[in-house]
Design a protein around this ligand. Structure first.
Ligand SMILES: [Zn+2]
Length: 216
């Protein structure tokens, strides 16, 4: 009994499948609601805010403060109707993202990744998907952007346990997009000059349906 308790304490937040990837598709509704209901939605930073344009700090303390941040991120993600959210999108300079995103098969994934790194895939295994992409920090703009349709991210869960997350389709896009955020890149930074300008124009012309942080 005691042994099991110890193992429990050191176990990850999510179970792991036999290939070593976290199982982030179970009890999504309950897990997401639990985070969100403890948290408080915060306004979203937008392109031009310095916190979005530099690499965030690594998470080193997996403590109650981090847990509170994660709760607020889920609350903010839901309030803004996002499928993924990076900490700097609510103004916090830390490498953490949360997601609530469907994959290629419409299966919902919910989870948290700290200190994410996207694994390089062999070129032969890479297949690009040029679907549209948008970002809560570039409100109301969308642009097609080619990205690999499969992604593996390594990092830590909110308790500091090493994790591997994999995704297909829209979820693969989300994993890459959120990791980019934490290194200071927005998806519009990957567009051509003209497409980027067009996305910024769409943003100028639109009105976000959620609260944003005004730029100085
Ligand atoms: Zn984004």
């Amino acid at each position: 009994m005691a042994q099991q308790d110890t193992e429990q304490q050191h176990a990850g937040v999510l179970p792991v499948d036999d290939e070593g990837f976290v199982v982030d598709v179970e009890d999504c509704e309950e897990r997401e609601a639990a985070y969100r209901e403890r948290g408080t939605a915060r306004p979203i930073t937008v392109v031009g805010n310095p916190v979005l344009h530099k690499e965030c700090r690594d998470v080193t303390e997996f403590d109650a403060e981090l847990a509170k941040l994660v709760d607020d991120m889920f609350a903010s993600q839901r309030a803004a109707e996002g499928v993924g959210l990076a900490a700097n999108q609510i103004g916090v300079d830390l490498k953490v993202f949360v997601y609530d995103c469907p994959d290629d098969n419409g299966v919902r994934h919910v989870g948290v990744v700290c200190n994410p790194v996207v694994e390089e895939l062999p070129a032969a295994d890479r297949s690009l998907d040029d679907s549209g992409e948008g970002c809560l920090s570039v409100p109301t703009a969308y642009a097609p952007l080619a990205r690999p349709d499969y992604a593996v991210v390594t990092g830590r869960d909110e308790r500091g346990n090493p994790i591997r997350v994999r995704g297909t389709g829209y979820f693969a896009r989300c994993l890459q997009h959120e990791t980019d955020h934490l290194y200071g890149y927005l998806y519009i930074d990957r567009l051509s000059k003209r497409e980027r300008k067009d996305a910024l124009r769409q943003m100028e012309e639109g009105t976000p349906r959620y609260e944003t942080v005004p730029n100085a």
